[in-house]
Design a protein around this ligand. Structure first.
Ligand code: NAD
Ligand code: DAU
Length: 351
């Protein structure tokens, strides 16, 4: 079986659901179920004996050791993290704890388990670390895209802790020979994304008749990738990636934030028209994010050249699917807009 951390979050859960569409290999899903983890996303796996869920914090070494001993995974896919930049600005401590201490604890538990494996299993074992393009910092409009050799320059507490975790993973390969793979991916969007992130927040607010809060001048650029494409890239890297290598994953879809919000409004105007006017009327400019990175862009040619991976979705097809999903799954969105979510919105957008 494979061990997946953070498999009740946005990308981890999409990965687990996709995995069972392609494979009958079992999954041990290890998740602490923070505000961002949601078992409702995995409802379709209820009763499936191949999906084993363990509510465990990756900082809990004893619990991890017990899981390794009982389930003997052939690979670890590490998604679990605190992932929202704005939350890392309000409260960085949880980010240091989970992203740095948690990754360290998981690496230590993995190393002990891997060291005791018999020869062939030891050679075949992989630790795949899911990371982000934010570790490379911010680009100007004319800079070339991030490549695998771009120096690290993280700017937010979130990206600094992800960079720290990437460095630990690299060091465990270099020092102990642990067979690791790291992926650095751009902005994901798609089903089951928590509505604190740009795209689901804008859809949820638009439908609720609330303001659509665009930070600063709305000209910051992100490179968007449909979550299913991120999952297929991770499967490829797990199957055929070179131990010790890092792979950039991106969608070749650089868009300004305002462009993204306009496209979402236009899709909603088409699919769920308002009685009068356009969803664009709800756009509101708000104070900028502290230290807001101007532009991210990924050069994903290594992954294409070496493993033949390319995204299947364009921004247009992926966004249309996503808007449809949110329109059809209002109950899921309502379910995650709990008290904790309301507190976050009140605290963050109050000003
Ligand atoms: P998410 O916030 O939606 O989910 C994170 C999951 O990790 C949740 O289920 C949460 O309960 C779990 N978790 C948090 N702390 C934990 C702990 N201490 N122990 C066990 N589980 C814990 O995040 P996401 O957007 O799905 O991102 C997944 C991974 O992909 C992260 O490592 C993130 O840095 C990376 N990433 C995300 C994006 C993106 O656009 N969302 C892009 C590139 C890389
Ligand atoms: O690049 C990969 C990263 O993408 C991941 O590592 C992170 O986990 C993920 O959260 C995401 O980070 P961003 O900060 O780019 O995503 P977010 O959806 O928070 O914001 C996208 C852009 O939209 C960013 O420029 C800030 C802006 N924004 C965001 C929110 C929530 C707004 O203008 N208004 C908002 O209300």
């Amino acid at each position: 079986m494979i061990l997946v951390t953070g498999g009740a979050g946005f990308i981890g859960a999409n990965f687990v659901l996709d995995w069972f569409r392609q494979s009958d290999e079992a999954v041990l899903n290890v998740d602490k179920l923070t505000y961002a983890g949601n078992l409702g996303t995995l409802q379709s796996l209820q009763g499936n004996p191949k999906h084993v869920f363990a509510r465990v914090d990756i900082c809990d070494r004893a619990a991890l050791d017990a899981l390794f001993a009982e389930h003997k995974p052939r690979a670890v896919l590490h998604f679990a993290a605190e992932s929202h930049v704005d939350r890392s600005i309000h409260g960085p401590a949880d980010f240091v704890q989970t992203n740095v201490v948690g990754t360290f604890t998981l690496l230590e538990a993995t190393r002990q388990y891997w060291n005791a494996l018999p020869g062939a299993e030891k050679a075949a074992f992989r630790f795949l670390h899911v990371s982000t393009d934010e570790v490379f910092g911010s680009l100007s409009t004319t800079d070339p895209q991030f490549s695998e050799t771009t120096p690290y320059a993280p700017n937010s507490p979130y990206s600094a802790t992800k960079a720290g975790s990437d460095h630990l993973v690299r060091a465990y390969h270099h020092t102990y020979g642990l067979p690791v793979l790291t992926t650095n991916c751009s902005n994901n969007y798609g089903p089951y994304q928590f509505p604190e992130k740009l795209i689901p927040l804008m859809i949820a607010n638009a439908l609720a008749g609330k303001p659509l809060p665009v930070y600063g001048d709305g000209q910051n650029v992100r490179d968007w990738l449909y979550v299913g494409d991120h999952c297929s890239a991770i499967r490829e890297v797990l199957a055929r990636g070179q131990s010790g290598e890092t792979y950039n994953v991106g969608g070749w879809n650089e868009k300004k934030n305002l462009e993204v919000v306009h496209t979402l409004c236009d899709l909603l105007d088409e699919m769920r028209p308002k009685a009068a006017g356009s969803y664009r009327d709800q756009i509101t400019y708000v104070a900028d994010r502290a230290g807001h990175d101007r532009r991210y862009a990924i050069d994903a040619r290594k992954l294409e050249r070496e493993l033949g991976w390319k995204p299947a979705e364009t921004f247009e097809t992926g966004l249309r699917k996503t808007v449809l999903w949110y329109l059809d799954n209002h109950a899921w969105v309502a379910g995650v807009q709990s008290g904790e979510y309301q507190n976050w919105v009140a605290k963050h957008y109050a000003a």
